[in-house]
Design a protein around this ligand. Structure first.
Ligand code: ADP
Ligand code: MG
Length: 228
């Protein structure tokens, strides 16, 4: 995948939003792991993709006018066999959309220690600002996130991670395993490099990232480009 080519094509066709599938392909290209995924359009392809990837899988409806997928029922988790797959496929195809519908078949990721959010927004004055937080209600209700202007150093990343209130959740709170902090630092650095290199990226949202004792995996992502 040639990232500059992908971004250029999008901008030239007056599109600013990369789909989840495209966004995760781009992340994979810069070395951030994502569940193996296939983009398909028929039930036969869905079955062969699921068999190739291996059950359990997740099906998601990918269409340009569907942004918050779970709100519209466009995410089917933990599909364990062919029967469940066929039922999920039917449900997804019944969701109304004005745009072309495709299905993403992806590996169901293992239960994480917690979900994380890693993002970037462009500040009018300071340029790209990286954001880090723990996913779910901690982010939504408590606004427990930290920010740094890119480019960041490894030291900045470690501070960003330590300064959120929910840090104990990553640090082995109540006998839970400790999260792989180095993997988070590495991901923040990669996102920083990406947004510095490609100024055409306006916004980036990895939500959620599943964090483990060893490694992490980004299960949903969205990249938004600047207008031409
Ligand atoms: P939305 O567009 O609503 O944000 P997501 O793609 O984030 O949709 O999916 C909703 C939730 O489903 C995620 O927050 C995550 O908890 C779970 N999920 C999504 N994809 C996977 C996956 N591949 N493996 C395991 N869980 C997943
Ligand atoms: Mg999401």
């Amino acid at each position: 995948m040639d990232i500059s080519e992908v971004l250029k094509n999008k901008i030239e066709s007056n599109e600013t939003i990369l789909t989840e599938f495209e966004s995760k392909e781009l992340l994979q290209e810069i070395g951030i792991s994502v569940p193996s995924q296939r983009l398909i359009t028929s039930i036969d392809e869905t079955i062969s993709a699921a068999e190739e990837i291996g059950f359990p899988v997740v099906l998601k409806l990918i269409a340009e006018d569907i942004v918050h997928k779970s709100d519209t029922g466009a995410v089917k988790l933990n599909i364990k066999d062919k029967d469940e797959l066929e039922a999920a496929y039917k449900d997804l195809m019944n969701i109304p959309s004005q745009k072309e519908k495709k299905i993403s078949v992806q590996k169901m990721a293992d239960e994480p220690i917690t979900e994380l959010i890693i993002g970037m927004t462009t500040d009018a004055q300071f340029g790209p600002a990286l954001m880090f937080g723990i996913g779910g209600i901690l982010v939504e209700l408590l606004e427990d996130v930290s920010f740094r202007i890119a480019p960041v150093t490894e030291y900045d990343c470690r501070e960003m991670i330590r300064e959120i209130k929910g840090f104990p959740i990553l640090d082995g709170y109540r006998g839970k395993p400790k999260a792989d902090i180095n993997a988070i630092v590495d991901t923040l650095m990669k996102i920083s490099d990406l947004v510095i290199k490609y100024e055409e990226i306006n916004e980036l949202d990895l939500n959620p990232v599943f964090i483990y004792e060893k490694g992490l995996i980004c299960v949903d992502a969205r990249i938004i480009l600047k207008n031409k």
